[in-house]
Write a protein that binds this ligand. Sequence first.
Ligand SMILES: [Zn+2]
Length: 85
Amino acid sequence: MTSHLDGNALAGPLSELFRDDMTIATGRCAHCGDVSVLAQALVYDAAPGWAVRCRACGEVLMVIVRTGERMMVDLRGVTALEVPA
Ligand SMILES: [Zn+2]
């Protein structure tokens, strides 16, 4: 793997999709069950998007791709996403 950023790098792209700061959302890894806030994830910034990997097992949690005016999110590596009320 190449060098990575921490999950705080997701603040910009996720704020375009969700109204709240999603870096404080808690996600459960579908691969190992680790539960942590997104800010602790490993983020690989590779245009045209971001690959987000689990801090515990390194598997892919989500992929965010920006194409022109659209943004797509693949969340198949997250079994639960919890946002503080
Ligand atoms: Zn994991």
